[in-house]
Ligand binder design. Structure first.
Ligand SMILES: N[C@@H](CCC(=O)N[C@@H](CS)C(=O)NCC(=O)O)C(=O)O
Length: 203
């Protein structure tokens, strides 16, 4: 199995999840601007839309979209990264992933274009409303997004919430998010993913 990734991008959630379950994979660095992979492929042959993550399975099947890849990885180790239970329990994971991709991740999108002035204020306004929601969601003292169990949603939430730092957005006034990012960031899988993507100074 190959995971096409860009350092620090949302694809890191898949890497963290693979590390959590101890699943072997090849990690192929991808230049998402030039749309080339490090092994010289035209990335658009894998994903015509040119974004990571892409998971290429051993049989050649190609999977795109965090919302599909993360539950797929979770399915490789039942009970480890997704809750087991009835339809409502399963729906809670999809609710989390839907929010994380189409609301939180998307609200960070404009900041990658370095918006200025009114454009930054508008982007901040929208992002703040999503962060307020996250702060409230975590206010009952839960350790993980869905409660007591670490799931793929936490891997994804951690990666996206960590981007704030790069854009001068602090969690000082959002202590629940601050603690959550610290907690997830302290996991061995996360530290290893940060190191392997070159985002941590070598000790
Ligand atoms: N809908 C996609 C979006 C993935 C996405 O936004 N990937 C970013 C990195 S976090 C990317 O590769 N952007 C490059 C581009 O869109 O050209 C998903 O949820 O998987």
């Amino acid at each position: 199995m190959k995971l096409y990734y860009a350092p620090g991008a949302c694809s890191m959630a898949s890497r963290i999840s693979l590390y959590e379950i101890g699943r072997d994979a090849q990690f192929v660095r991808t230049d998402i601007r030039a749309k080339r992979t490090e092994d010289g492929r035209d990335f658009r042959e894998l994903n015509p839309l040119g974004y990571v993550p892409v998971l290429e399975l051993d049989g050649g099947e190609v999977l795109t979209e965090n919302d599909a890849i993360l539950p797929y990885i979770a399915s490789l180790a039942p009970g480890r990264l997704a809750p087991e239970g009835d339809a409502l329990t399963q729906a809670r994971l999809h609710q989390a992933l839907g929010f994380l991709s189409s609301e939180l991740h998307k609200a960070f999108g404009p900041f990658f274009g370095n918006p200025q002035g009114e454009a930054r204020a508008a982007a901040l306004d929208k992002l703040n409303s999503r962060l307020d929601f996250v702060e409230q969601h975590l206010a009952d003292g839960r350790d993980y997004w869905l409660g007591d169990q670490f799931t793929v949603a936490d891997a994804y939430a951690f990666v996206v919430l960590s981007w704030a730092d790069h854009f001068g957005i602090s969690y000082e006034d959002r202590p629940n998010i601050g603690r959550y990012v610290q907690r997830i960031g302290g996991r061995e899988s996360v530290q290893r993913a940060l190191k392997d993507e070159g985002l941590l100074q070598a000790a």
